[in-house]
Design a protein around this ligand. Structure first.
Ligand code: CMP
Length: 138
């Protein structure tokens, strides 16, 4: 059993489609073992996305992620990291596969509906960023 960190982004919370995203997650066999709706501060968003701090899109990314509530969640399942990346689809929805979350809901590469950890190591760090062990119910 593996765990991954998911963020349902502001473009989804503002369009009231978080339930539809969760349905796709659960239909894929992943279990939501922790979940909370939060408003990220600028400091939190900058720290969470620190690996992108030198990228041209960093300021836009932080502004967008702090523009409205997000849902942070821990997903559990077999190969959860790679399974979630598969059902999210490509970062850019224009090239995402049919049937993926981003192809179905994302508006652009910035407003791309969901984030998922890119490796088990990132998942550990990202889960720890938002959740204490007692908040995760397996
Ligand atoms: P996410 O998985 O949350 O990780 C970083 C985010 O930066 C990414 O999804 C995109 O929403 C956003 N982003 C904006 N422009 C780019 C880009 N050119 N390449 C990668 N990510 C980008």
């Amino acid at each position: 059993m593996e765990k991954t960190l998911s963020i349902i982004k502001p473009d989804a919370t503002t369009r009231n489609i978080t339930g539809k995203v969760n349905a796709m997650i659960e239909d894929a066999g992943l279990r939501i073992v922790a979940q909370k709706l939060i408003c990220l501060t600028t400091a939190q968003a900058e720290k969470f996305y620190q690996e992108h701090k030198d990228k041209a899109f960093f300021t836009n990314l932080v502004d967008f992620m702090t523009s409205a509530p997000v849902i942070v969640q821990v997903l559990a399942g077999e190969n959860a990291v790679s399974l979630y990346r598969k059902i999210m689809g490509a970062t850019n929805p224009a090239v995402a596969e049919e049937g993926t979350i981003r192809k179905t809901f994302a508006l652009s590469i910035d407003k791309n509906t969901v984030h998922g950890s890119d490796s088990p190591e990132s998942a550990k760090r990202e889960i720890g960023f938002f959740f204490s062990e007692t908040e995760i119910c397996e």
